[in-house]
Design a protein around this ligand. Sequence first.
Ligand SMILES: NC(=O)c1ccc[n+]([C@@H]2O[C@H](COP(=O)([O-])OP(=O)(O)OC[C@H]3O[C@@H](n4cnc5c(N)ncnc54)[C@H](O)[C@@H]3O)[C@@H](O)[C@H]2O)c1
Ligand SMILES: [Zn+2]
Ligand SMILES: [Zn+2]
Length: 354
Amino acid sequence: MIAPGRDEPVRVETIVVPDPGPGEAVVQIQACGVCHTDLHYKQGGINDEFPFLLGHEAAGVVESVGDGVTDVSPGDFVILNWRAVCGNCRACLRGRPWYCFDTHNATQKMTLTDGTELSPALGIGAFAEKTLVAAGQCTKVDPAVAPQVAGLLGCGVMAGIGAAINTGNVGRGDTVAVIGCGGVGDAAIAGANLAGAARIIAVDIDDRKLETARTMGATHTVNSKDTDPVEAIRELTGGFGADVVIEAVGRPETYKQAFYARDLAGTVVLVGVPTPQMKLELPLLDVFGRGGALKSSWYGDCLPSRDFPMLIDLHLQGRLNLEAFVTETIELTDVEKAFERMHHGDVLRSVVIL
Ligand SMILES: NC(=O)c1ccc[n+]([C@@H]2O[C@H](COP(=O)([O-])OP(=O)(O)OC[C@H]3O[C@@H](n4cnc5c(N)ncnc54)[C@H](O)[C@@H]3O)[C@@H](O)[C@H]2O)c1
Ligand SMILES: [Zn+2]
Ligand SMILES: [Zn+2]
C-alpha cells in the first residue's frame, strides 16, 4: 500500500523487493496494524520523501536472509521493530541501547516496477506481502501467538506499555494517571496494571474510550470534557496527585494537565507526539518547585530483543490481553477506510491481514 503524494489517497501497487543483501532479511508479512503514524506519513507530516510504503506494526515469517545474518533464519516467526540497535553509537556504548541514535534499516531500496524508489514507513513498509528490512529489525517470538496480535507490539502497544514500565518506571503500589486512552494510552494502562500499580486513573474526552480503558485495567475513569481532570486525579489520590502521569495525546493543554496532576517529586511521561507548531508555557518556579522528572518516551524506551519475547510470553500466559487492542481485521484495500475510522475514534486498532 503506497502513499503516492501529500494527502493523495493511498493505493495498492506492485512493488519490487530485492533479495536480501548482507545484514538484511526479507519477511513475508502476515498482519500489520494501522497506526496514527501511517496517517502522518500520508499527510506529509513526517517528511516529503514520497512515495511511502506504509505499514509498520507487523508480524510475519522470515523468508530469506543475506550474508552474515545469524540471529534469524528462514521460517522464524518475527515481530518487526524500528529499533535495530547499532551497538556502536554513544548511547549503545554507554549501555543504553534503548536510546540508540543510529538504528539500522535495510540498505537496498524497494521500488515500484518503473524503478521509483520507495520510502518504507519507519524503515519497515509492511502493508505488503513481503518487505525488506535490516535483520536486526526482526525479533523472534513464540509462534504460538496470533500474528494480528503480535504485530501490535511492533509500535503503538509497545510504546504505551513501555511508557509505563520502562520510562515511567511504574512500580508496585504506585498511583498512575493516563491522559488519552487510544491504543497507546490503553497500553500504558495495561502496562501500569502489569507493574502492580495500586490505582490507575484513565482520562479521556470520549466515554467509549473510558469504557475500554476499564477493561484494560483502569480502576477509575474521568471524562475531562465535563470534569477538571487535575482536580479529579488529586481527589482520587488523597488530595496529592498521581506518582506517574502518562500523557498519550500530544497536546500542550493535556501536557499541562499531566504536569499539575502529578504528586510532588512525581514523574510525567510524554508519549503522545506533538506537532511542530505546538508551544508549552509553564511557570518555571512550578517546574522547579514540584520537582520530580519530566520525561519523553520514544517507542516506550523498549529494547525489542528484551521486551517483545517477554510481553508475548505474558500474553500467552493470559496475563496481558493483547487481543483487546484489535478492534477489527481488514484487507489491504481497506486502509483508507481504517484511517477514517481512526480519525473518528471508532477503533483502537484495525489490523490488515495479508
Ligand atoms: N512515543 C512514541 O514512540 C509513540 C509511538 C506510537 C504513537 N505515539 C503517539 O501517541 C499518541 C496516541 O496514539 P494513539 O494511537 O493512541 O491515538 P488515538 O487517536 O487512538 O488516541 C488518542 C486518544 O486521546 C483522546 N483525546 C484527544 N484529545 C483529548 C483531550 N484533550 N483530553 C483527553 N483525551 C483526549 C482521544 O479521545 C483518543 O482516545 C499519538 O500522538 C501518537 O502519535 C507515540
Ligand atoms: Zn546505537
Ligand atoms: Zn506506529
